[in-house]
Design a protein around this ligand. Sequence first.
Ligand code: CA
Length: 229
Amino acid sequence: MVETVLVVEDDPQIRRVTEIALQTSGFETEVAGDGAEGLAKARTGRFDLIVLDIGLPEMDGLSLCRALRQTNDTPIIFLTAKQDEVDRILGLEMGGDDYMGKPFSPRELVARVKTVLRRIAPPEPEGTRVRGQLHIDPATHSVSFDGTSVAVTSREMALLDILSKRPEQVFSKSQLIDSVYGVGFHIADRTLDSHIRNLRQKLSAVGCSDGIETLHGVGVRMGACVGAA
Ligand code: CA
């Protein structure tokens, strides 16, 4: 599937360089040279991702993002020329998915675009996943350990889904929040912690005391799920 990126940037040279870098990496692109045009195009919802300059004529990038977010959650990577803009992106939790300071390397921008798109890719449907004695089937929302079924909530299922998909990978809390709640959704780490704790308790209750492993200061990954204490 070819993914399409909207580049909203008023500087023709940066716009062109960005477009070429994306096209070279296999993306389709569309461009807008000011905020009003950018918002109109973004609102069509045809884009997989938006690269959005903050300093724009007509409507700046932050206002565009705010307006767009009322109806549309297309991921956004901001381009910013000033440190105080970075502070505003971070301070206001603008709903952007990443940002790049100018000047930037087009190659790095492409890498960031790919990372954001990978992060939000919907899991492809598949059959039951088996980890140790734990069986997980997200499609039918069923979980069982050694033949005993475990009732889980949809958030807990989403957590198990992402963890079991790459059982060796350690996931940071922000990665898990993005997967469970969706990119741009801001929740406190402790909310995620409580889902993890509840899930761990439910698994322990059926004998799976090694269901989820916490690596302090790093993140969380799937345990061996063999029932060891
Ligand atoms: Ca600009």
